[in-house]
Unconditional design. Structure first.
Ligand code: ZN
Length: 191
């Protein structure tokens, strides 16, 4: 759902004290098999300016990578936040913080990619539609209903927040088709 790669500079912010709210974002996308992609992310609880700055930066990184979605762990931020834009139009930028997926119904399969899994493609079964409950960058709650592509993006990105990747969901055929590339990514990884 997010696919490609990117380069970018960090946009770390500090809270009022000395504690850093979010780490400096990495120069490169966090890619498989980086263990940071496998952690369950903590909710965001403080909604200061750094949250909006993080969301803005994530949208930029997503677009640079030609992605339609990007989750916190992919930029080294293990917090429950993801951004998406299913159309590429600026007015369709969306930010979901502390999301919950509800009322998922139907099953459809479609091919997905992931910015953290370069060159990997896999057919993934997802619910066709559902509802998302989340808060915005100011901590204000909202709910949206969605179907097809947007619902698929929600499910893909929400998986990231629980440390789950498309390679966990792909079938045996795709596992074989992607075996070489996964081995390559593992060999490239320098911990
Ligand atoms: Zn992904």
């Amino acid at each position: 759902m997010d696919q490609g790669s990117h380069n970018g500079n960090g946009a770390g912010r500090f809270s009022g004290e000395q504690e850093m709210v979010f780490p400096e974002l990495p120069e490169r996308m966090v890619c498989y098999p980086d263990p940071r992609l496998r952690e369950a992310c903590a909710p965001i609880e403080d909604f200061d300016d750094s949250v909006a700055a993080l969301a803005e930066r994530m949208l930029q990184i997503m677009k640079t990578g030609d992605g339609v979605g990007l989750a916190g762990p992919q930029v080294g931020v293990c917090r429950r936040i993801f951004v998406c834009n299913p159309t590429g139009r600026p007015e369709d930028d969306r930010v979901y913080i502390n999301p919950e997926l509800l009322d998922l119904v139907g099953t459809v399969e479609a091919e997905e990619g992931c910015l953290s899994l370069p060159e990997i493609r896999a057919v993934i079964h997802r619910a066709r539609k559902g509802r998302i409950r989340a808060v915005d960058v100011n901590g204000e709650p909202f709910e949206h209903d969605g179907q097809d592509l947007i619902a698929r993006i929600w499910q893909h990105e929400n998986d990231h927040l629980g440390g789950r990747l498309i390679i966990d969901r792909m079938d045996a055929t795709d596992r074989i088709a992607n075996k070489k590339q996964l081995a390559y990514l593992e060999a490239q990884f320098k911990g």
